[in-house]
Design a protein around this ligand. Structure first.
Ligand code: G6P
Length: 368
């Protein structure tokens, strides 16, 4: 069917704004709202109690969804997880064992390296599970289990709504794994499910930061380099923020684990380098504040993405503070993805680049 831009200037803008809706649709497929339990749409052909190890493989933005999911699987379900980009996984002769679970994440379901990694895992005798947006794709057809994301067609080359829907499916799978492995009480499950159900509303609230981010973009557009920092599940969001900015605005950006700042990137900090810090007020917040102090002491311009309490408690001068809604710590990545997407989008607009079709990039990379 025909996909149009509705009233938006670009597909990317439309897709960013569609997220509360498509994330809600995806959640509806994976959660039994009446009894507040996770409910996968398919029966898994393996028992999570027997899974000794999970590998997650993907490319680009989808690989960052996998990196977030690692924190969830390890924390909720106490199962070891390895995450790798498909181009490395397929060639490094990973020691998969019969019965391991190999997860593949892909919007298109056609990415050549991810498909090759899937075939490798199958040949090694692992259970294969794909989180894909295109249900008729090759990766969907060849995987033992398919968990669809219901993002709808994504046209902008830089992935946005597929990413947040991938996060939802992986979060639900993490909760399902924890439950099956006896790591979660009924009350804990209900609590996590309540947290998930709130996400579309929180994403809508995050979208209201757009006018502020649009103003900020004119300053970011003057930078030659931008650094993104985060800890825990905010670390992959920092990586995603940097990827989004470089792919559509062509400004050099790097994401780092905030704790790694002093092991290299701090050498780059001066007043010309904006430092975007993704720091919801979770159990790691204090640690990230001390990293921000290190940045501030060197004249760096901090753009802090946090919640109201975080903004109040981080007593330091920031260049800008983007205040996001208060929410349970477990699922902040879906909500904090929005301001990093908006910052990349509006910076690209200021730069005058082709947002939906950035140079040298393809939506679906079907060659190695
Ligand atoms: C391309 C796109 C990215 C995407 C990656 C993986 O590089 O430009 O936005 O994240 O491929 O694509 P997939 O369809 O496998 O998610």
């Amino acid at each position: 069917f025909l996909v149009d831009k509705a009233n938006y200037r670009h597909f990317m803008a439309k897709e960013i704004h569609e997220q509360p809706e498509v994330v809600g649709q995806t959640l509806a497929r994976y959660i039994d709202t009446a009894c507040q339990r996770v409910a996968l749409p398919v029966k898994l052909p393996f028992d999570f109690r027997e899974v000794r190890r999970i590998t997650i493989t993907a490319c680009g933005t989808a690989s960052y969804a996998g990196s977030v999911a690692k924190y969830w699987f390890e924390r909720f379900a106490r199962v070891p997880v390895e995450v790798d980009v498909a181009s490395e996984f397929r060639y490094r002769e990973s020691t998969l064992q019969r019965g391991d679970l190999a997860i593949f994440v892909s919007q298109s379901g056609e990415t050549a390296d991810t498909l090759a990694a899937l075939r490798y895992a199958k040949a090694e005798g692992a259970h294969t599970l794909a989180v894909v947006n295109v249900p008729t794709s090759t990766i969907a057809r060849e995987s033992e289990t398919v968990l669809p994301t219901l993002a709808g067609p994504e046209i902008g080359v830089a992935s946005t709504k597929a990413f947040t829907c991938q996060l939802i499916v992986l979060a639900v799978l993490g909760v399902a794994a924890a439950k099956a492995r006896g790591e979660l009480s009924e009350d804990e499950e209900i609590d996590l499910v309540r947290g998930l159900v709130e996400i579309p509303r929180l994403m809508s609230a995050a979208l209201t930061t757009e006018p502020q981010i649009e103003r900020l973009a004119s300053d970011i557009a003057k930078a030659r380099d931008v650094i993104y920092l985060g800890r825990g599940t905010s670390f992959p969001i920092a990586l995603e923020g940097a990827l989004k900015l470089k792919e559509i605005s062509y400004i050099h950006a790097e994401g780092y684990a905030a704790g790694e700042l002093k092991h290299g990137p701090i050498a780059l900090i001066d007043e010309t380098v904006p430092v975007v810090v993704i720091a919801p007020r979770d159990r790691l917040f204090e640690k990230t504040v001390s990293n921000m102090q290190e940045v501030a002491a060197r004249g760096g311009n901090i753009v802090l993405m946090t919640d109201a309490k975080g903004a109040e408690e981080a007593t330091l001068d920031t260049f800008a503070t983007i205040v996001l809604p208060d929410m349970p710590a477990a699922f902040t990545p879906m909500v904090y993805a929005i301001p990093v997407q908006l910052l990349a989008y509006h910076t690209a607009i200021v730069m005058g680049t082709d947002v939906d079709q950035p140079r040298n990039l393809a939506k679906s990379v079907t060659v190695e």
